[in-house]
Design a protein around this ligand. Structure first.
Ligand code: IPM
Ligand code: MG
Length: 363
């Protein structure tokens, strides 16, 4: 198979983690006889410095025309004082919107080897953590009008949270379809006790539910959901929620699995061309130190093979290599156990060593 992959290294630890994912992809290409052609795309702070904007149109075009996009992370202190429309993050939002990637899939699954890295009590972890957050990605407050103004000497700022029923409908359908392939439980998360947009959300999700009689649908307020995720995460199978709630809950969900550095994501629209990225940020504080965990990016590459290219066996091969790497006791700093006893059976490795080892486990 011959595929063109747009590669956005981005800022901070982005280039380091992407390099490791490419190493793994190249190994897969050799093993299975595929050809992955990479095209570098500038986005984020690096694009601001080079081109004066976070995602120039010609760069977005490269992504749209590719078979899929692999992304590291964007953002950093250097660009934090720029106006909103010029920030690195705006490039990411333009990419998501430009590719119509409205459906963001963020799995929260605990690796058995990392159970002790979870900040949750052992008996909670043992009940199992394996759920997916389906986050709406191209609407809501992220894309509503942003305004800052001064009236009578007082500064005001507002961000509009707007959803059409069409936007809600299509993401809820993804939620139901995802649940159908899993344990058939869908939890719709909103804030319908306060927000109109959430009341519409709840109505629409129940209308769609008629088409899915086999799926058990529950409603949960977002504040309660934040609590339930730490109290008893085993109750969740699939969560479907709007853009900002999904942003916040997915960070929380990742942390209970041990480290945000382990979690991949896929963002897809109606076609097969998607954006694959770890859910963590650019971590400027550790950039260039070769200590980041590249596994979230490596697993994102595996998701790309599976969801965009239909290469399930290859994706499983990467997941198995990650599992073998963990079994062998290798750990980047973020997932190194705290207890002295457990530490003894682990080896601390760098970001680049992690990538090399995982690619070596692909034989
Ligand atoms: C994420 C990130 C982004 C988001 C930022 C970098 C704009 O936090 O992918 O979760 O808020 O969507
Ligand atoms: Mg986030």
């Amino acid at each position: 198979m011959n595929k063109n992959i747009a590669v956005i290294k981005g800022d901070g630890i982005g280039p380091e983690i992407i390099e490791q994912a490419q190493l793994v992809l190249d190994k897969i290409a050799i093993k299975y006889g595929h050809r992955f052609n990479y095209t570098d795309v500038d986005m984020g702070g690096v694009a601001i410095d080079k081109w004066g904007e976070p995602l120039p149109d010609n760069m977005l075009d490269l992504c749209i025309k590719s078979d899929s996009v692999l992304l590291g992370a964007v953002g950093g202190n250097k660009w934090n004082t720029l106006p909103g429309h010029m920030r690195p993050e705006k490039g990411l939002l333009k990419l998501r919107a430009g590719m119509e990637a409205y459906s963001n899939n963020r799995p929260a699954k605990i690796w058995k080897q990392l159970a002790s890295a979870s900040p949750l009590r052992k008996e909670i972890v043992e009940r199992g953590i394996d759920f997916i957050i389906v986050r709406e990605l191209t609407g809501g407050v992220y894309f509503g009008e942003h305004k800052t103004e001064t009236q009578n000497g007082i500064r005001y700022a507002s961000d509009l949270l707007i959803y059409s029923e069409k936007e809600i409908e299509r993401i809820c359908r993804i939620g139901f379809e995802t649940a159908k392939r899993r344990r058939k439980k869908l939890c719709s998360v909103e804030k319908s006790n306060v927000l109109d947009s959430s009341r519409l959300w709840k109505k629409v999700v129940h209308e769609i539910a008629e088409e899915y009689p086999d799926i058990e649908l529950t409603d949960m307020l977002v504040d309660n959901c934040a609590m339930q995720i730490v109290k008893d995460p085993s109750q969740f199978d699939v969560i479907v929620t709007e853009n900002m709630f999904g942003d916040i809950l997915s960070d929380e969900a990742s942390m209970i699995t041990g480290s945000i550095g382990m979690i991949p994501s896929s963002s897809l629209g109606n076609g097969t061309n998607g954006v694959y990225e770890p859910i963590h940020g650019s971590a400027p504080d550790i950039a260039g130190m070769d200590i980041a965990n590249p596994i979230g990016t490596i697993l994102s590459a595996a998701m790309m093979l599976k969801y965009s290219f239909g290469l399930e066996e290859e994706a499983e091969c990467i997941e198995k290599a990650v599992s073998d790497y963990l079994d062998a006791g290798y750990r980047t700093a973020d997932i190194m156990p705290h207890h002295e006893n457990e530490k003894k059976s682990c080896t601390l490795v760098s970001c680049s060593k992690c990538g090399t080892l995982i690619s070596e486990f692909i034989v």
